[in-house]
Design a protein around this ligand. Structure first.
Ligand SMILES: Cc1ncc(COP(=O)(O)O)c(C=O)c1O
Length: 404
C-alpha cells in the first residue's frame, strides 16, 4: 500500500491568494455593477516591451526553420543569456560572478522552493516574519519545519526573525543559530530595503556561524537609493556563504513568460563539497531548461533598447508606488516601503485585523489588497498594496481609500 508524503497534510488552510480570489469572486458575483480595483497580487500589468516581443518573434522564426531550429536547451541555460546576466547584473556592479555560476530557470518561485533540496533535512531555517510564503511551505513539504502550532501560527523547527516597525522591518540577527537564512530585499511583503553595510553584517554573521544565506533579489530593479545593494555579492565574502535568486518577472514583465536564475558561486562549499555541483546535478536531473525563445527574450532585456524600455516601465510602477505611499500618508495612514520597492506596507487603521481591513476595503471602496497576516503572524495588523496596477486605477483606488 502506498503512502503519501504526509508533510503536505501539515500545511494549514488554503493559499493566501486563493482565499483572496474566492472573496473577490463572491463579492463581484453579488455586486456585478461595482468596479473592483485590484492592488493585491504582485503581478505586472504592462505589456511586454517592444525589444522583448521583437526578440520573441525572431526566436519563434528561428524555431520554424530547419537550419536554426533548436531542441532541448542546455540544462543550465544558453551561454548568450548567462553571459549577458554575468556582464550586466554582476560585473557592471563590481561583483565577480561568472557565467558558469549562473543557473537559468523558469523563475524565482520554483528556485526558491527547490533550493532547499540540496541541504540536509537536519538544517534549521530562519525566515523573516512576515515572509514570502514559499520559503516556509517548501520546507514544510520537505519535512524540515517541524509541527505547526495554530495558536502562534508558527512551525516548531523554524526560527522566526520578526520584522516590525521598531526595527524598520529589517530582521535582527537571530538568537539561535540557523543553518539556512532566507533573506529577501527589497522585501516582499513589507517593501523594506536593506543598506549595504547592514547586509554586510548578515554576510559576516553567516561566515562566522557557517550558515548559508538564500538571498532573493526578485525586486532589485526597484531600488532607487545608492546605498541599497542590488546583489548580495556587493558584500565582501558573500561568494563563500550566499546563493542569490533572481527573476525576470518584476523588472521585465515575464510573469507569464517565465524566466529567472540562481547564482551559486563555486566558492560556496560544505567541507570540500561544492554546492554549485549539487545544484548543477539537481538542475540537470530534474529540469530540461527554460525555452529557447524565452531565453532570447531574456537576452533582449539587456539590449540597449530593452534597458531603455524597461526603465520606462519601472518608472511607471514607481510613480504608482509613490502615489500610494504619499496619498495614504497624507490621509493619516502609517506607511512604509514603496521607495525601493513596488510594495507599500501600511498599518491597518483603528486596530482592525488584516482581514477585517481587507473586507472593509473590498466592501466599502471596492479595492483589493493583501492582508499582511497572510505572510505570517508578524504581518497581522498590516496590509500590502502593490504598484503594479495602471496609474489611473492606482489613483482611483487611493482616492477611494482616502474617503473612508
Ligand atoms: C520574493 C519573491 N520571490 C520570488 C517570486 C516569484 O518570482 P517568479 O515570477 O520569477 O517565479 C515572487 C513573486 O511574487 C516574490 O515576491
Amino acid at each position: 500500500m502506498f503512502q503519501i508524503n504526509d508533510n503536505y497534510l501539515k500545511l494549514p488552510g488554503s493559499y493566501l491568494f486563493s482565499t483572496i480570489g474566492k472573496k473577490v469572486r463572491e463579492y463581484s458575483e453579488s455586486h456585478p455593477d461595482r468596479k473592483i480595483i485590484r492592488l493585491g497580487i504582485g503581478d505586472v500589468t504592462l505589456p511586454l516591451a517592444p525589444a522583448i516581443t521583437a526578440a520573441l518573434h525572431s526566436a519563434v522564426d528561428e524555431m520554424g526553420r530547419a537550419e536554426t531550429f533548436r531542441g532541448y536547451a542546455p540544462d543550465l541555460g544558453y551561454d548568450f543569456l548567462r553571459e549577458a546576466i554575468a556582464a550586466n547584473d554582476y560585473r557592471a556592479r563590481g561583483c565577480d560572478i561568472t557565467a558558469d555560476e549562473i543557473f537559468v530557470s523558469d523563475g524565482a518561485k520554483c528556485d526558491s522552493g527547490n533550493i532547499q533540496e540540496i541541504f540536509s533535512l537536519d538544517n534549521r531555517i530562519a525566515v523573516c516574519d512576515p515572509v514570502y510564503p514559499v520559503y516556509v511551505d517548501s520546507n514544510v513539504m520537505a519535512g524540515r519545519a517541524g509541527d505547526y502550532d495554530p495558536d502562534s501560527q508558527t512551525w516548531s523547527n523554524v526560527i522566526y526573525m520578526p520584522c516590525t516597525a521598531e526595527n524598520d522591518f529589517l530582521p535582527d540577527l537571530p538568537k539561535e543559530a540557523p543553518d539556512l537564512i532566507y533573506l529577501c530585499f527589497p522585501n516582499n511583503p513589507t517593501g523594506a530595503a536593506i543598506r549595504r553595510e547592514q547586509l554586510q553584517g548578515w554576510v559576516d554573521y553567516a561566515m562566522k556561524t557557517g550558515a548559508v544565506i538564500l538571498y532573493d533579489a526578485a525586486y532589485e530593479a526597484y531600488i532607487t537609493e545608492p546605498d541599497v545593494p542590488h546583489s548580495i555579492y556587493e558584500c565582501q565574502g558573500a561568494k563563500s556563504c550566499a546563493i542569490e535568486l533572481r527573476s525576470f518577472s518584476k523588472n521585465a514583465g515575464f510573469t507569464g513568460l517565465r524566466l529567472g536564475f540562481t547564482v551559486v558561486p563555486k566558492e560556496l562549499k560544505c567541507g570540500d563539497v561544492s554546492l554549485h555541483a549539487l545544484w548543477a546535478r539537481r538542475h540537470g536531473t530534474k529540469y530540461n531548461g527554460a525555452p529557447y525563445i524565452v531565453q532570447r527574450a531574456g537576452e533582449a532585456v539587456y539590449s540597449r533598447a530593452g534597458k531603455a524600455q524597461l526603465q520606462e516601465q519601472i518608472a511607471y510602477y514607481r510613480k504608482n508606488a509613490a502615489y500610494i505611499y504619499s496619498g495614504l500618508k497624507e490621509a493619516g495612514y502609517t506607511v512604509s516601503g514603496g521607495v525601493n520597492s513596488p510594495y507599500v506596507w501600511l498599518k491597518t487603521p483603528k486596530g482592525m485585523t488584516s482581514w477585517e481591513f481587507f473586507d472593509c476595503l473590498l466592501e466599502n471602496v471596492n479595492v483589493v489588497g493583501t492582508p499582511g497576516s497572510g505572510f505570517g503572524p508578524g504581518g497581522e495588523g498590516y496590509f500590502r498594496l502593490t504598484a503594479f496596477g495602471s496609474y489611473e486605477n492606482t489613483v482611483e483606488a487611493v482616492d477611494r481609500i482616502r474617503t473612508l
